[in-house]
Design a protein around this ligand. Structure first.
Ligand code: NAD
Length: 471
């Protein structure tokens, strides 16, 4: 593939390794974002009916935040990290030198198509690589805008956009890459991992899963309800990988929580949520049909306590709450990735941990409580890509924390310095002088030399003297 060959040649020239080149590309990203804010908002509206507020805060500000952090920190990130040495190599010094991997493939997704594309591209550039971005064809307006803007503003000998669907992705996956980052479903994640294995290419898989949220009785109900709404419906109508997927709460607390959610939902989106300009639509009719099937499953259709309205022509589904859904229902057996919020009730809040741990490891898990013991147990016993306590989704926007899954929710992580690390090889370098010769290392090997070295390596000073002086 000509594009990959050109990127390899650019990488081999050493151009992308320079600090100045990396900085110039971050500046280009900031410039294109600033100069085309309106176009970006329009593309996101066209693809998802994403409200301007969400487009600016989560997508545009997200890209700027990431580019600015990389601008500010790059020198520090590029500086070799000192490592301790031991007596064995005395006298010596050691360090870890970060070197770029080469040519990176970014296969991006449709739900945050602007920020998630650039987040990975920024990481690849920060580490000094060349990169191909394959935006998602499922968000076509943003895909074509990314292709146009990156072509106009960035160094096209080092950063390329390849648009397309399954055939184009398949062709890209046949190439040899130095690292692939894929964001999307587990099903396609397996295809990417299998293709990468043929070339022994390392992969970062940013997948999904069912992210649980536990709501304890000792929680501020109003704040909890608002933050749950923001994490679920205020984040792309639930089409967010870290959106809370289902709620776990006690039987007696569930009606109070439902009341609080309904009260706040009405304040936020009015009595006719399908008319609200502040809710994204569902990305396409196949996801719309998938979601309505989950709602209409006979095991849960009678459990809808709020919402349920849908409009096939606008692809909108109202915020919908389902109470006491059975665990063997369809909605509890796949990632919802949409505006449906089922509640499972438990006798004791601690029982929630077993419900979560009986399932695949989620990308994120949440707890709302003021109970310090419960917080401790949650952190100790729930395995997930990341956790937030008394908040939803925000850990993933904290650039000082790595973002990624564990087990079935993905492998590898990125964001901020973790992106720089993810796209670098940490090359260990040991430096010695010609001093510090130890004759016992060299042949001819003798029992005395072995006794001395064994005592030395064991750190047993008395035995070292015994071996040296024959005590
Ligand atoms: P998807 O993005 O997983 O799949 C569609 C994409 O895969 C398309 O771009 C398509 O071209 C490509 N594709 C499909 N079949 C292919 C094949 N056989 N070979 C090569 N490429 C192929 O779409 P989706 O299922 O709608 O995505 C939703 C999932 O993505 C959810 O599970 C969600 O949690 C996850 N997600 C995760 C994150 C994250 O950061 N962890 C972010 C967004 C979405």
């Amino acid at each position: 593939m000509a594009a990959v060959a050109e990127l390899r040649a650019t990488f081999a020239s050493g151009k992308t390794k320079s600090y100045d080149w990396r900085v110039s590309q971050f500046k280009a990203i900031l410039k294109l974002t600033n100069e085309h804010e309106k176009d970006i908002i329009e593309a996101l509206r066209s693809d998802l009916n994403k409200p301007e507020h969400e487009a600016i805060l989560y997508e545009i500000c997200g890209v700027k935040k990431s580019a600015k952090l990389s601008l500010k920190e790059l020198r520090r990130w590029m500086t070799p990290e000192k490592a301790k040495t031991s007596l064995i190599t005395f006298p010596s010094s050691a360090e870890l030198v970060s070197e770029p991997l080469g040519v990176i493939l970014v296969i991006s997704t449709w739900n945050y198509p602007f920020v998630l594309s650039f987040e990975a591209v920024i990481g690849a550039i920060a580490a000094g690589n060349t990169v191909v971005l394959k935006p998602s064809e499922i968000a076509p307006a943003t895909s074509s805008l990314l292709s146009k803007l990156i072509g106009e503003y960035m160094d096209s000998s080092a950063v390329k956009v390849v648009e397309g669907a399954v055939p184009e992705t398949t062709a890209l996956l046949e190439q040899k890459w130095d690292k692939i980052i894929y964001t999307g479903s587990e099903k396609v994640g397996r295809i990417v991992a299998a293709a990468a294995a043929k070339h022994l290419t390392p992969v970062i898989l940013e997948l999904g899963g069912k992210c649980p949220v536990i709501v304890d009785t000792k929680a501020n109900l109003e704040v909890t309800a608002r933050r749950l709404i923001l994490g679920k419906w205020g984040s792309n109508s639930g089409q967010t990988c870290v959106s809370p997927d289902y709620i776990l709460t006690t039987k007696e607390f569930a009606p109070k929580l439902v009341d609080a959610l309904v009260r706040e939902l009405k304040k936020f989106y009015g009595k006719e949520p399908l008319e609200s300009p502040d809710l994204s639509r569902i990305i396409n009719s196949s996801h719309f049909n998938r979601l309505t099937k989950l709602m209409d499953d006979e095991k849960v259709s009678g459990k809808i306590v709020h919402g349920g309205q849908r409009d096939k022509t606008t692809l909108k589904i109202a915020p919908t709450i389902l109470l006491d859904v059975p665990e063997d229902s369809l909605i509890m057996n796949e990632e919802i990735f949409g505006p449906l919020f089922p509640i499972i009730t438990v006798d004791k809040i601690e029982d929630s941990f077993n419900v979560i741990n009986a399932r695949e490891k989620p990308l994120a898990a949440y707890l709302f409580t003021n109970d310090e013991m419960l917080k401790g147990e949650f952190v100790e016993s729930v395995s997930a890509g990341g956790l937030s306590i008394n908040e939803t989704t925000l850990h993933s926007a904290t650039l000082t924390l790595p973002f990624g899954g564990v087990g079935e929710s993905g492998m590898g992580s990125y964001h901020g310095k973790y992106s720089f690390d993810a796209f670098s090889h940490k090359k260990p370098v040991l430096r010695r002088s010609f001093a510090g010769e130890v004759a016992a290392r060299y042949p001819p090997y003798t029992p005395e030399k072995q006794r001395f070295l064994k005592a030395f390596l064991d750190g047993n000073i008395i035995d070292v003297f015994r071996a040296l002086f024959g005590w």
